[in-house]
Design a binder for this molecule. Structure first.
Ligand code: SAH
Length: 407
């Protein structure tokens, strides 16, 4: 999963005020009470223009010797962009608290609101916290294993306004859950679905395998690049919807599609890139490891009336090896691996499938550079790169890179 659990938090700032401080550092005007302790917004004390410069330089340095790097595409308003908010719950002095783990520890830093998160999502988490006492719900204690509520995850769909609340509990037994959901929805009628996720394990994973839908359909629907997408609790979905459209349009333009191509969307998640590109391709084949995401992808194609896509639940590397062994061909490969990057197995199989172009969408330019070296050995040369700022205030940088087959 490519989500970032740590975040940074600040006092509430209106959109207008946030725009005014774009040129200055956010910290000059607003003090984030947990800056550095949270560890999420490493660049919060840098003016936004300087953040963009830094990411541009970093990408150029890493891709030096491979290809030209175009100017980074930044945000108009670089605040409150995150559509997904995660809070860990605990106790302090008899009171329920919620927030983030202090960097590198399991100590909870309490948080009210955050400069980069959806405001409504922050408010919903505050409401959940406020309801716990009257419902006699204990928060989970990692040391003793006692207590029920571990985490709350809120996902918001920017285009439709739909909101999903995921209550992560240590056990399936959730007394008066229906009344709890009712009370929560009374304060926030905009919540469209509530899911209980059960995570009884002592791991650092937020979500467990089992789920009960407590209210609504169990997923939310958002719109990206003119297509509708259903998102369930455990599927990957890009956290910055404004920049996701910029990212996908950049990637699809880089593919140079003419409606005649067989396209592979590897590491496809809920099928967003492939579905967004499907009008411009002959056929799209998506592959993704997470079964829930593949189910979402299949439903998404159906929901948009798209007939030229197929999705498979598999390891991308193994899937590509199998395709190559069967003598299959592809014209364009989109690949969007997690931060750890791709594998030699995957890249070798791509070379055997011999697409004329590969469009690599990377959320970690370090592993991108490493993988470009492997591609080079296999006869693929990087042509151009486009950094896109998906994560303002943080040091994370997204890059689209096109590669062409040279032999
Ligand atoms: N392209 C999608 C998802 C990108 S995130 C989007 O833009 O939303 C990377 C995805 O790779 C995740 O959905 C993750 O579940 C998936 N993944 C991770 N390892 C994988 C592997 N070995 N094989 C296939 N998919 C994998």
């Amino acid at each position: 999963m490519r989500s970032f659990v740590t975040r940074n938090f600040g006092s509430v700032v209106s959109a207008g005020e946030e725009k005014q401080i774009r040129g200055k550092s956010a910290m000059e005007d607003r003090k984030c009470p947990v800056f550095k302790r949270c560890g999420g917004c490493q660049l919060l004390d840098l003016p936004y223009e300087k953040q963009l410069e830094k990411k541009q330089k970093k990408t150029e340095a890493l891709l030096k010797g491979y290809c030209r790097v175009n100017p980074i595409r930044g945000m108009e308003d670089p605040f409150r962009y995150r559509n997904k908010v995660h809070a860990v719950f605990g106790y302090r002095k008899g009171e329920a608290i919620s927030g983030v783990y202090r960097e590198g520890t399991h100590e909870i830093v309490p948080v009210e609101t955050c400069l980069i998160e959806n405001k409504k999502a922050d408010e919903i988490i505050g409401t959940v916290r406020g309801l716990l006492k009257s419902f006699k719900i204990r928060t989970y204690d990692e040391d003793t294993g006692y207590g029920l509520l571990r985490h709350v995850l809120v996902r918001t769909a920017r285009a439709t306004g739909e909101i999903m609340v995921v209550l992560v509990t240590a056990s399936p037994v959730f007394p008066s859950k229906n009344n709890f959901v009712k009370a929560l929805r009374q304060v926030h009628p905009e919540i469209t679905t509530v899911v209980q996720n059960i995570n009884g394990r002592g791991t650092s994973m937020v979500l467990g395998e089992r789920e009960n839908i407590l209210y609504g359909p169990g997923f939310i629907v958002d719109v990206l690049c003119g297509k509708r997408f259903r998102i369930s609790s455990r599927s990957f979905y890009q956290v910055n919807p404004v920049q996701t459209e910029v990212l996908y349009e950049t990637a699809i333009a880089a593919a140079g599609l003419t409606e005649a191509e067989i396209v592979i969307d590897a590491y496809c998640g809920i099928g967003t890139i492939g579905i967004a590109a499907s009008d411009r391709a002959k056929e799209v084949i998506g592959v993704e490891l997470n079964k829930d995401a593949v189910r979402d992808a299949v439903m998404n194609a159906k929901m948009n009336g798209i007939k030229n896509t197929r999705f498979y639940a598999d390891d991308a590397g193994k899937f590509m090896v199998r395709m190559a062994a069967q003598g299959a061909k592809a014209d364009v490969v989109f690949m969007d691996p997690p931060r750890s990057g791709s594998t030699e197995e995957f890249i070798s199989a791509v070379a055997r499938l011999a697409p004329k172009r590969v469009v690599y969408v990377s959320c970690n330019p370090e592993t991108l550079a490493r993988d470009l070296a492997v591609f080079k050995k296999k006869g693929y040369r990087a042509q151009e790169a486009w950094p896109v700022d998906m994560f303002p205030m943080t040091y994370h940088c997204e890059v689209v890179c096109s590669l062409d087959r040279v032999k």
